[in-house]
Design a protein around this ligand. Structure first.
Ligand code: SF4
Length: 104
């Protein structure tokens, strides 16, 4: 199967739910997340990328073996890090209920 280019990925993101890559699901948030718009859902595979990218925002729940949001981003720098983590998560387990202009 050939690799998808960026346009293919964008196209895939608007396909019906049965065929597109899953997005974070708000109702599936892990319970350790602090309240707020940024969250991790239960599809986290504990790859560590978000914790490496934004340790001020994400932590590991050792008993469960997954990440959660321990601090909601408030500064422009934290918001940028949150967005970077969202985009980098390999299984799209990080969600943002807010709109883009005040992201994360
Ligand atoms: S980047 Fe995604 S899969 Fe990896 S630890 Fe963070 S939430 Fe989990």
């Amino acid at each position: 199967m050939p690799l998808m280019n960026f346009s293919d990925k964008r196209r895939a993101s608007i396909l019906p739910p049965t065929t597109h890559t899953p997005m974070a699901i708000p109702s599936d948030r892990v319970p350790q997340n602090v309240p707020g718009r940024l969250y991790v859902d239960s599809s986290c595979i504990d790859c560590d990328l978000c914790r490496e990218t934004a340790p001020s925002l994400f932590a590991r729940f050792d008993e469960g073996g997954y990440s959660y949001v321990h601090h909601q981003p408030t500064t422009p720098e934290e918001i940028a890090l949150a967005q970077e983590a969202i985009e980098g998560c390999p299984v799209e387990a990080i969600g943002n209920d807010g709109d883009d202009k005040d992201a994360a």
